[in-house]
Design a binder for this molecule. Structure first.
Ligand code: GAL
Length: 844
C-alpha cells in the first residue's frame, strides 16, 4: 500500500467515524483534527531546521538514591565532576546490554508495585521518594549517530518534560540539570558531539522529590527531540503573533528574536508568511536586515494586515499559521511554523466572559495528567481521547491543574476548540519559579485556546500568614506574564476570600470552593471579574449506588467532600450569576493519588466526572444535560438488584427536556417537570424487569432510556475508539471491554476476571477498569471488569497491518462463569512518519 499522508487520513476521518462504534460528532471531529495535528508537516520545524523525534530505542535501568555502588558508581568518590569528559557510562564501550529496551514516553512509576505506606498516599502508594532509594532513580541511555555534515550547525536536545530532577551527560561530559517535573528544558549539544560518529546520551532521572500532592509519575514521560539548526537561528519560543481585530479585518503584530551563535557577525532579515486555515497564503511581512554580533541577538518586528479573518472559537477552532524565516543573502538560514488564532477573550466584572464579543460561560474541568494503564506517559492520541470525553459532555474549557501541560494537550485544545486556563507549578518569584512561568508563557502564548494564565493554586501561606510576601511574589509573577504576553489576564486559584496576599496582584479573581465568598467579594469589588477556579469536588464510584465505607465506595447520586459542592450546587451558583464567568469543576478525570474520600486500599481519587479510564459516572450526564447543546436524558441506577425485591430504590434522571415520566415494568410512576439546572427523582420499590424514563418537550416524547434487569455475563464485547490507527509506533487504540448477557445487554455489575492477548502490528501498553480500589497491575495483560467495564490500550508498531486483540475469561479466574471470548481487529495504516533520530547498533 503506498504511504498516505495524514491529510489523507483527515479525509478518512469520516470513514473512521462511520466504521467506529463511537461515530458521534465530537469523536469524528477529534479523529480528523488528530490526524491533522500529528501530521509530520505539522511540526514547528521548517527546513532547513530539522526536528527529530528522539523517543525510540532507549535503554533503561534503575539506579539508587543513596548507594552510589548501585547507581552506576555515580558519586562513589566525590570526584565525578572533576574533569570534563570523564563519565564512562556516557561513552562508547559502556555495557548497557543488561539494561531494558524501551521507547519514550515512559513512566516507571506506574510500573511499580503498590506499597501500603501512608506517607505515599498522595502520590498513589508508589514506592517513590527518599525512603525508597532503589526505585526512585532511573537511568536512560541512548546511542545516536550525528552526520559529519552537521558540523557547523547547532544541535539541541529538547525535553518536553521529565519527572523530576534530571542530570544530562553526553559523550562523557556533564551537560546540565533540570529540577522540576513539568517545564520543558533543552541543552545545546553542539560543542560536545562527535560528528560523523556515534554519540552517547545518558540521563539520570531522580524522582525522590515531588512537585505536587498527587500522582506525578517518574521518568522521561514526555517527548524528546533532537533539533538541528543554523548557527544563526530563531530564538526558542521567541516568535509571537498578536492579532488585533477591527471590524472585518485583522492586524497582526509580528515579532521574533534571532540569535547568532557563530563566531562571526551576521546580517539577516526576517520574513513572515501567513497561511489561513486552509493553508492558503493570505499575507506576508518582512523586517529589514540587521547586523547581529557574534554571540549576539537581535529583535525583529513587523505587521501584516488581512481581511475577513476566520475567527477561532469553541465551535469553529480556525487556526492560522505563520512561517517565520531568517534569511541572509537570499538564503533561508532557519525557519519555524507558529500556529495561532484570531479571537478576542474578555473577562468583565458585570457580565462574565466574552469570546469574540459574545457571552460564553466557562464550562470547565480541572484535570491532572495521568490515565489508566500508562500513568503520566500518555501517547499523543490519548490526550485527544481524554479531551474528546470532556467535550462530548459539553465541556468547553480545561484547567491544567496544577502544572504546565504537555504541548500535545495544548495543541489538541487549539484544534478542538477547548479553552484553557494554563497554570504553572511553582508560585514563586525565585529564579526557578520565574523560569517555569516564563517557559510556560513563552511556549504557549500563541495558542488561542488559552484564555488566562494561572500563577498558582491554594498557596495558603501566601494568602494568609505571609500575605505581604504573597502580594509581592504575585505582583512579580503577574508583571512578568504581562511583559511576555500583554494580551491575557493573569489569575490564581485561591481558597479564601481573595481579600489579601497574592489576590491583590491578580487581574481576575478565582475562587476555589467556598460559595460563601464570591457574592460578598463582588459587592465589595464591583470592578473585578470573577470565576470559579476550582469548584465541586463531588465524589462518586462509577456504577455504585450505595455508599459503603467498608468497601471504599461512594454512591453516585450526591457524594461530595465537606468543602465541596455537588455538580448541581456549584453550577446553580455559577451558571445563574451573569457576572460570574463560569468555572472549572474538580475534576474531569479521576487521577491516581489523593485517594479521597477513602485511603488504602483506594489508590486513586474519586473526584472525577469520569473514572481513570474516561468511563462516565452518572453526574457526567448532569453536565451533558446543562452544558451540552443536544437534548439529553440519563436514567439511573441500573436495574440489577438481585435479592432486594420490594426494597426502596432512588431513581434519578438528568435531562434537559421539559418533563420526564418514569415507568416501572410499564407502569407509570408519574411525570415531573425538570427544574432548571436540576434533576428529577422518584423512590420506587424494586422488582426485576425494567425502568424506563420518557422525556418530553412541548408535550412530545423526544427521548427515552431504559434499564433492564439482565442475566449473568455470557459474552465479552470489545469496542475501540477508532478501528483504524496510524502505523507510526506511537498511535493507540483505546478499547472498551464490556460484559454482556445472553441477549446482548450490558451487565452493569459484572466483575469477571479477563485476560487479553494482542498480536500482529501492535502491543498492549496498559489496562484499567476505573475502580479506585483495584490494585491489579496496569501493565499485565489481564484485568477484572469493574461494574461491567475495563479498558485496554493498544499501541501500533511502525508497520502497517492488522492488530488482533482478544479478550477471554482469565483461566485463573476464581469464578465459574462461562464467557464467550471476543475478538477485534484494528487496522494500522502507513503514514508519513515524523522524522526521528535513527535507532542504531545495540539500541536497535
Ligand atoms: C483542592 C486542591 C486540589 C485537590 C482538591 C481536592 O483544595 O486545589 O488539588 O486537592 O482540593 O478536593
Amino acid at each position: 500500500m503506498p504511504p498516505i499522508s495524514r491529510r489523507d487520513l483527515l479525509s478518512s476521518g469520516l470513514a473512521l467515524s462511520a466504521s467506529s462504534l463511537l461515530a458521534r460528532s465530537a469523536w469524528a471531529r477529534t479523529a480528523a483534527a488528530f490526524a491533522d495535528a500529528t501530521n509530520a508537516a505539522a511540526l514547528p520545524a521548517v527546513a532547513p531546521r530539522e526536528q527529530l523525534l528522539f523517543d525510540f530505542g532507549w535503554k533503561f535501568t534503575f539506579g539508587h538514591g543513596s548507594d552510589p555502588a548501585k547507581d552506576l558508581g555515580f558519586g562513589v568518590d566525590q570526584g565525578d565532576f572533576a574533569k570534563t569528559g570523564d563519565f564512562k557510562f556516557a561513552k562508547s564501550g559502556y555495557d548497557d546490554s543488561k539494561w531494558r529496551s524501551l521507547n519514550l514516553p515512559h513512566d516507571w512509576g506506574v510500573e511499580l508495585p503498590l506499597v501500603h505506606d501512608d506517607e505515599l498516599m498522595s502520590h498513589g502508594y508508589k514506592p517513590l521518594g527518599r525512603r525508597y532509594p532503589e526505585t526512585s532513580v532511573g537511568w536512560y541511555r541512548r546511542e545516536f549517530e550525528v552526520p559529519a555534515a552537521d558540523k557547523g550547525r547547532r544541535t539541541w536536545v529538547e525535553f518536553d518534560g521529565a519527572f523530576r530532577s534530571v542530570i544530562v551527560f553526553v559523550n562523557g561530559c556533564f551537560i546540565g540539570r533540570n529540577d522540576n517535573g513539568y517545564a520543558p528544558f533543552r541543552f545545546d549539544l553542539t560543542d560536545f558531539l562527535a560528528y560523523g560518529e556515534k554519540n552517547y546520551i545518558v540521563l539520570r532521572v531522580d524522582a525522590s522529590f515531588g512537585d505536587g500532592w498527587f500522582y506525578e509519575g517518574a521518568g522521561i514521560y514526555r517527548h524528546v527531540w533532537l533539533t538541528k539548526m543554523d548557527a544563526v537561528h530563531l530564538g526558542n519560543y521567541d516568535s509571537w503573533i498578536r492579532p488585533t481585530l477591527n471590524g472585518n479585518a485583522a492586524t497582526l503584530a509580528l515579532a521574533t528574536t534571532v540569535k547568532n551563535d557563530s563566531a562571526a557577525p551576521a546580517n539577516a532579515k526576517v520574513t513572515w508568511k501567513i497561511l489561513d486555515p486552509s493553508g492558503k497564503q493570505v499575507a506576508t511581512a518582512e523586517a529589514a536586515a540587521q547586523s547581529i554580533a557574534a554571540d549576539g541577538s537581535a529583535n525583529y518586528t513587523a505587521t501584516a494586515k488581512l481581511s475577513a479573518p476566520a475567527l477561532w472559537s469553541v465551535d469553529t477552532p480556525n487556526l492560522y499559521t505563520a512561517i517565520v524565516r531568517v534569511e541572509a543573502d537570499g538564503k533561508t538560514l532557519d525557519a519555524e511554523k507558529v500556529t495561532f488564532g484570531m479571537r478576542t477573550a474578555q473577562f468583565t466584572a458585570d457580565k462574565g466572559f466574552f469570546l469574540n464579543g459574545k457571552p460564553l460561560k466557562i464550562q470547565g474541568t480541572c484535570n491532572h495528567q495521568d490515565h489508566a494503564g500508562v500513568g503520566a506517559a500518555l501517547p499523543d492520541s490519548l490526550q485527544w481521547f481524554r479531551l474528546a470525553v470532556l467535550r462530548e459532555m459539553g465541556g468547553n474549557a480545561v484547567r491544567t491543574s496544577h502544572n504546565m501541560p504537555t504541548p500535545e494537550w495544548v495543541e489538541a485544545c487549539d484544534r478542538m476548540g477547548m479553552m484553557m486556563m494554563c497554570e504553572t507549578r511553582q508560585m514563586s518569584s525565585n529564579p526557578e519559579g520565574m523560569a517555569q512561568l516564563e517557559e510556560m508563557v513563552k511556549r504557549y502564548r500563541n495558542s488561542p485556546s488559552i484564555i488566562l494564565w494561572g500563577i498558582g493554586n491554594e498557596e495558603w501561606q501566601l494568602q494568609n500568614t505571609m500575605s505581604e510576601q504573597g502580594a509581592r511574589i504575585g505582583a512579580d509573577m503577574v508583571r512578568r506574564c504581562h511583559e511576555l504576553d500583554p494580551t491575557r489576564v493573569v489569575s490564581a486559584a485561591v481558597n479564601g476570600d481573595n481579600e489579601k496576599g497574592v489576590s491583590t496582584a491578580l487581574d481576575i479573581i478565582g475562587f476555589n470552593y467556598n460559595l460563601k465568598f464570591p457574592d460578598k467579594y463582588h459587592a465589595g469589588h464591583p470592578k473585578m471579574a470573577c470565576y470559579g477556579s476550582e469548584t465541586s469536588s463531588a465524589i462518586g464510584t462509577r456504577g455504585i449506588y450505595t455508599t459503603d465505607k467498608l468497601r471504599n465506595w461512594v454512591n453516585s447520586y450526591d457524594g461530595v467532600v465537606p468543602w465541596g459542592e455537588t455538580a448541581e450546587e456549584w453550577w446553580k451558583f455559577y451558571g445563574t450569576r451573569d457576572w460570574l464567568a463560569g468555572g472549572f469543576a474538580w475534576t474531569g478525570f479521576d487521577y491516581r493519588g489523593e485517594p479521597t474520600p477513602y485511603k488504602w486500599p483506594s489508590i486513586n481519587s474519586q473526584f472525577g466526572i469520569v473514572d481513570m479510564c474516561g468511563f462516565p459516572k452518572d453526574n457526567y450526564f448532569y453536565y451533558k444535560a446543562w452544558w451540552g447543546k443536544e437534548p439529553s436524558l440519563h436514567l439511573f441506577p441500573h436495574w440489577n438488584w438481585e435479592g432486594r425485591d420490594g426494597e426502596e430504590v432512588k431513581v434519578w434522571v438528568y435531562a434537559n427536556t421539559d418533563e420526564v415520566e418514569l415507568f416501572v415494568n410499564g407502569k407509570s410512576q408519574g411525570s415531573q417537570k425538570v427544574p432548571q439546572l436540576g434533576h428529577v427523582e422518584w423512590k420506587v420499590r424494586y422488582e426485576p424487569g425494567s425502568i424506563e424514563a420518557r422525556g418530553s418537550k412541548g408535550g412530545k416524547v423526544i427521548l427515552t432510556e431504559k434499564r433492564e434487569t439482565t442475566g449473568a455475563p455470557s459474552q465479552i464485547r470489545l469496542t475501540p475508539d477508532r478501528t483504524t490507527i496510524n502505523a507510526d509506533g506511537e498511535d493507540v487504540a483505546v478499547i472498551k471491554v464490556e460484559a454482556l448477557d445472553k441477549e446482548g445487554r450490558f451487565v452493569p455489575t459484572a466483575d469477571n476476571q479477563l485476560s487479553f492477548s494482542v498480536s500482529g502490528e501492535g502491543r498492549l501498553i496498559g489496562v484499567g477498569n476505573g475502580d479506585p480500589n483495584c490494585q491489579e497491575s496496569d501493565k499485565d495483560p489481564k484485568r477484572s471488569l469493574f461494574n461491567g467495564l475495563a479498558q485496554i490500550i493498544v499501541q501500533c508498531t511502525k508497520h502497517a497491518g492488522d492488530i488482533q486483540v482478544e479478550a477471554s475469561r482469565d483461566p485463573k479466574a476464581e469464578d465459574r462463569a462461562e464467557l464467550m471470548p471476543a475478538k477485534l481487529t484494528i487496522t494500522t495504516r502507513q503514514v508519513e512518519l515524523r522524522p526521528a533520530v535513527p535507532v542504531t547498533g545495540a539500541h536497535e
